[in-house]
Ligand binder design. Structure first.
Ligand code: IPD
Ligand code: CA
Length: 274
């Protein structure tokens, strides 16, 4: 029995291709206003702790509120799931919805380190079909739509052609959700294979770096769906490869993410799952 088959009604109400592309334009304009809002909010920073090494700023909440209000006004029937205000618990499997991270790289944002972004994705039948990442600090806009390629500031981007971990640069993400031992094991294995690792605190921008050919891979043992929805689409549309993260389980609870150049994917997946 397949519990995860999309219902017939859901399919008939799905946005058409031109509706999807108009959502892409809407998301791009929205991401820009979110970036401006986050920059304004940074002048009067108010930080609280969600957990050890896990912070929440007033800006995270203000930006998510802004996104929810904008979607409600432009697309009143659309559902929004976000990092700070949730919404995934009553979502049917394989639904159509917006999945947003108001600020990815919040710890960097709170520490005035210029490595954070706004991530807005639209999922059709549970899979990202539109992805927008905006880095307001350096004014870089990444956009992707399924079947239409990945772009940085309107210009097509491509993942690298790297085939081997030897000489590759891979960002390994880590969060306090997991113990550090497994991270160290993977970092060690990568170095033993002749690669190099970095950790820069924004999973979304790490994926954009893979899509734009600045690094060879991004991997994290547990990441949440809002962190990677737009970025995974960027990587796939830029000719890279990602694991099948967007299952109902991945959307609800997060999980392993491996994204890299197409030629290195099997090696990086093997390293992360050994
Ligand atoms: C985190 C960042 C980090 C990644 C974590 C995320 P946040 O998101 O993307 O790079 O390693 O898994 O939770 O807390 O900055 O929105
Ligand atoms: Ca995030």
């Amino acid at each position: 029995m397949n519990n995860h088959a999309p219902g017939k009604n859901a399919v008939s109400q799905r946005p058409s291709e031109s509706d999807l592309l108009s959502r892409l334009q809407f998301a791009e304009a929205l991401a820009r206003t979110c970036g401006e809002l986050a920059i304004r909010e940074s002048a009067q920073l108010s930080i609280s702790a969600k957990g050890v090494h896990d912070v929440l700023t007033q800006a995270d909440l203000a930006v998510e509120r802004h996104i929810r209000d904008a979607v409600a006004s432009a697309y009143p029937g659309d559902k929004v799931v976000g990092e700070e205000m949730g919404g995934q618990s009553d979502l049917p499997d394989y639904a159509d919805f917006w999945l947003v991270d108001p600020i990815d790289g919040t710890a960097n944002y709170a520490a005035d380190i210029p490595r954070w972004c706004i991530s807005i994705a639209y999922l059709r039948a549970g899979k990202p079909v539109i992805g927008v990442l905006f880095d307001p600090v350096i004014n870089r806009m990444y956009t992707a739509a399924e079947g239409h390629g990945a772009h940085q500031d309107g210009k097509p981007i491509k993942a690298r052609a790297t085939k081997s971990l030897q000489g590759a640069t891979v960002e390994l993400g880590w969060s306090p959700r997991l113990k550090f031992d497994a991270y160290l094991k993977n970092a060690n294995a990568l170095m033993q294979a002749g690669g190099a690792f970095v950790r820069r605190g924004s999973g979304a921008l790490g994926l954009a770096d893979v899509a734009a050919g600045r690094v060879d891979g991004y991997a994290e043992l547990h990441i949440n769906a809002w962190d990677c929805a737009a970025g995974v689409l960027l990587v796939n549309e830029a000719g890279g490869s990602c694991n099948d993260f967007f299952t109902p389980e991945g959307v609800r609870n997060g999980g392993l993410l491996v994204a890299s150049t197409a030629g290195m994917y099997v090696s990086l997946l093997g390293l992360m799952t050994k």
